[in-house]
Design a protein around this ligand. Structure first.
Ligand code: CP
Length: 309
């Protein structure tokens, strides 16, 4: 019996190798449910989940909603823009009012780093971090790990390059923690203004030139250029970014023949990735989205469905 002894999922740093393997193994067994005619099991009947998002989201929000419904949990979604936060209520007071309705879990996406931790410290309900500021996006990293394991058979020893705005990306941070913990060799690449100083202390290699960075890689992971989180002081414009760092078939030539291309979405076609690459057989971008449902089902199940397997 393997136990998952966590009230909340706030970041990859809290997860041991055994925790990550348990999540991935559980997701693997739950994935089959989504292929059935009737895509629903009663596992979480009577449990309730709140999806609380104060930033736009397509994948994460829909994925949690789908995952909860496939496990028969009750779920409702609340956008901060439609909540009483716009009338001046604090995040913690809003959380306490949601708590008064006895949800088992609150899934929070917030523009402020640390907001999920704040709620976790103040509420009995479990908190899942669905992306907080530039801090972490653990469920994205877990679905990325799942996808790498599914496509490559293992994570340990895989050569992975992450290209883009490493400094402002919660996806990069969560993936660096998760990938290195699971034994992958991680390289980061991008404009020097987007690579944090001393990032090597996290066990990654820095190669600024993307042509060099993709050489002999098993996995190329791209990041969206986050136009809403940084100004043009980091690079002159998206056309310059595309011409130096955008992934084209030509840049990919140095990678392994069976390389996979990943992107958390939403993609900026013609900026960090060409349509030719995004729509090619190397791309597993939509597989990541499908796997996101299975991984989030596993996380819901392990947090509130008994916590053991
Ligand atoms: N990958 C991801 O977090 O996408 P959304 O912003 O659409 O949820």
């Amino acid at each position: 019996m393997r136990n998952f002894n966590h009230k909340d999922l706030l970041g990859m740093g809290q997860l041991s190798v055994q925790d990550i393997e348990l999540i991935l193994d559980t997701a693997e067994s739950l994935k089959e449910i989504s292929t059935r005619d009737i895509k629903k099991v009663p596992t979480l009947r009577g449990k309730s989940v709140v999806n609380f998002f104060n930033e736009p989201s397509t994948r994460t929000r829909a994925s949690f909603e789908t995952a909860a419904k496939r496990l028969s949990a009750d779920i409702f979604s609340l956008a901060v823009s439609g909540s009483s936060i716009v009338k001046g209520e604090t995040l913690v007071d809003t959380g306490r009012n949601l708590q008064a309705m006895d949800p088992d879990l609150i899934v929070l996406r917030h523009s402020s780093s640390g907001a999920p931790l704040l709620l976790a410290r103040n509420l009995r309900a479990g908190i899942i971090n669905a992306g907080d500021g530039i801090n972490e996006h653990p469920t994205q990293a877990l679905l990325d790990l799942f996808t790498i394991r599914e496509k490559k058979g293992k994570i340990d020893g895989m050569n992975v390059v992450i290209i883009g705005d490493i400094a402002h990306s919660r996806v990069a941070r969560s993936n660096i923690i998760g990938l290195t913990r699971m034994g992958a060799n991680v390289t980061v690449s991008g404009p020097a203004t987007m690579i944090p100083l001393f990032i090597e202390d996290f066990g990654v290699q820095v190669v600024y030139d993307p042509v060099e960075a993709v050489k002999e890689k098993d996995v190329i992971m791209l990041l969206r250029i986050q136009l809403e989180r940084q100004s043009k002081i980091l690079f002159p414009g998206s056309r310059e970014y595309a011409s130096f760092f955008g992934l084209t078939r030509k840049i990919m030539q140095g990678a392994k023949n069976d390389v996979i291309v990943m992107h958390p979405g939403p993609i900026n076609r013609g900026v960090e990735i060409t349509s030719e690459v995004a729509d090619s057989s190397y791309s597993v971008i939509l597989d990541q989205v499908s796997n996101g449902v299975a991984v989030r089902m596993a996380i819901l199940y392990l947090l509130i469905g008994g916590g053991q397997r």
